[in-house]
Design a protein around this ligand. Structure first.
Ligand code: DAT
Ligand code: MG
Length: 138
C-alpha cells in the first residue's frame, strides 16, 4: 500500500450549491480519512500560488476570478493511493463530458457552463499535493 495525502477543494460553486456534504460523503464512502478541513476565503496571492502552473493560459484569469468569488472548503484527505483515487472520484476536468458516477459527471451543470465551475480540485501528484497542502494548511 501507498498511503498518501491529497488536497481536495470544494470550489465556490460546490459550496454555493450545498454540495459540500455530498462530496465529503463520497470521500468517506470510498474509505478515505479526513485529516483536516477548513472554510477559506482565498485571496489572490493564495490562488496565484495554487494555480502557478496555469499562469498565462487563456483560462487563468477567469479561473482565478471564479475561485475568488466565494468561500472554498479545503480538505486534507488521506488514504491508499488517494491522489489518483480522488481524481477518479472527481471525473475529468470538463463536467460536460465527465463520466456519470463521478462528482463532476453527476453534478456538473450543462447549461451556461464554464469549465472552471467543475465543483472540486484534487492534487495531481505527490509533489503537487505536498506543495498545495502547505499553501492551504499553512
Ligand atoms: P484539473 O482541475 O482537472 O486538474 P487542470 O489542472 O488542467 O484541471 O486545470 C485547472 C482548472 O482550470 C480546472 O479545474 C478548470 C480550469 N480549466 C482547465 N482547462 C480549462 C479550459 N480549457 N477552459 C476553461 N477552464 C479550464
Ligand atoms: Mg489540476
Amino acid at each position: 500500500t501507498a498511503i498518501e495525502e491529497t488536497l481536495v477543494l470544494v470550489k465556490p460553486d460546490g459550496v454555493a450549491r450545498n454540495l459540500t456534504g455530498e462530496i465529503l460523503r463520497r470521500i468517506e464512502a470510498k474509505g478515505y480519512s479526513l485529516v483536516d478541513i477548513r472554510l477559506v476565503q482565498p485571496d489572490r496571492d493564495l490562488l496565484a500560488a495554487h494555480y502557478a502552473e496555469h499562469e498565462g493560459k487563456p483560462f487563468y484569469e477567469p479561473l482565478v476570478e471564479f475561485m475568488e468569488s466565494g468561500p472554498v472548503v479545503a480538505i486534507r484527505v488521506a488514504g491508499n493511493r488517494v491522489i489518483e483515487g480522488f481524481r477518479s472520484l472527481a471525473g475529468t476536468t470538463d463536467p460536460t463530458t465527465a463520466a456519470p458516477g463521478t462528482i463532476r459527471g453527476d453534478f456538473g451543470r450543462d447549461w451556461g457552463l464554464k469549465v472552471q465551475q467543475n465543483l472540486v480540485h484534487g492534487s495531481d501528484s505527490v509533489e503537487s499535493a505536498d506543495r498545495e497542502l502547505a499553501l492551504w494548511f499553512a
